[in-house]
Design a protein around this ligand. Structure first.
Ligand SMILES: Nc1ncnc2c1ncn2[C@@H]1O[C@H](COP(=O)(O)OP(=O)(O)O)[C@@H](O)[C@H]1O
Ligand SMILES: [Mg+2]
Length: 280
């Protein structure tokens, strides 16, 4: 019963409603008090999402009316559909998670388990519940990875997600972070980076910035693999068009990499060529 199609769709509807309401209040410059109300509603929904999905009720009648209105308008149908897709994928995959070992890779938000399925390796990320509600963090990942950056190459992609478990499943990516590589300058992996890798990543980053994903541009959030190139991990929804501060952060990271990896001037060049960053 728990994973029946209706239940998954209902969860996706509530999640999309909570996300859209909060986002609107934030983007339309609502007052502090209104934003706080929207935040509390969002937290309430994500804390109770499975109960709401099964019982089809809110505590407050006015909110329930809002929710019905929201569903009637149907503007966010695609986001509902996308969320339902990832929740359903989790329902199908989760029987395979039994007994997998979760490793703390130093992430502030999640422990990571590795799961091989055929030729694919997945990262099963279980949220630590220290700061945010796990379900809210999971939904933020659905939004950034599953909705905004869906299908964007060189960005970590989402496979499945679950609010109750506080789990997001992504592709397990090959390679090491730039942060790890710069401590290992003799590593043969970085003795030659083909132009193609730089161009491909530059194009993906440019596209990501306009789709509204990025944030936290640092060496620990970019992986490099000799066979398949660069990947951006640990990214979030950001403002579109990208504000100057976001572009500045991209530029700072890309400017800094050649300080550590001497051969790597071309990465900076690749970004300049693609017009991702404005250089003085
Ligand atoms: N999909 C992934 N594939 C491979 N390694 C990953 C993946 N996601 C995270 N990691 C590893 O885990 C580390 C921490 O993850 P990250 O999401 O960046 O957390 P945080 O920034 O909160 O520390 C990364 O630096 C990387 O080494
Ligand atoms: Mg990180």
């Amino acid at each position: 019963m728990k994973f029946a199609h209706d239940y998954v769709t209902r969860q996706a509807q509530f999640a999309t409603y909570a996300d859209a309401q909060y986002d609107r209040s934030w983007q339309q410059g609502a007052s502090g008090a209104e934003q706080l109300t929207a935040l509390h509603r969002k937290q309430y929904i994500f804390r109770n999402i499975s109960k709401l999905a099964s019982e089809d009720t809110f505590l407050h009648d006015t909110t329930y009316d809002d929710f019905q209105d929201f569903l009637r308008h149907g503007e966010q149908e695609e986001d509902v559909h996308t969320r339902a897709h990832y929740l359903q994928a989790y329902a199908e995959l989760s029987p395979l998670f039994v007994g997998i070992k979760q490793t703390d890779l130093g992430g502030s938000e999640a422990t990571i388990g590795k799961l091989a399925i055929g030729a694919k390796t997945l990262a099963v990320k279980t949220m630590k519940s220290k700061n945010n509600l796990p379900a809210i963090v999971v939904d933020r990942i659905i939004r950034s990875h599953g909705i905004l950056a869906r299908g964007l190459p060189h960005y970590e992609s989402l496979v499945a997600a679950d609010y109750d478990a506080g789990i997001a499943v992504t592709d397990f990516l090959p390679g090491k972070t730039i942060a790890q590589l710069i401590f290992d300058k003799n590593n043969p992996t970085i003795s030659h980076i083909p132009d193609e890798h730089l161009q491909d990543f530059g194009a993906a980053v440019a596209s990501g910035l306009w789709r509204g994903v990025g944030g936290d541009w640092k060496h620990g959030n970019v992986l490099y693999d000799a066979a398949s190139g660069f990947y951006r991990i640990d990214y979030q929804p950001t403002k579109t068009p990208p504000p100057a501060s976001e572009l500045q952060d991209v530029q700072s990271l890309m400017d800094d990499i050649p300080n550590h990896i001497a051969f790597d001037r071309t990465l900076h060049q690749a970004f300049r060529d693609l017009g991702v960053v404005t250089l003085s």
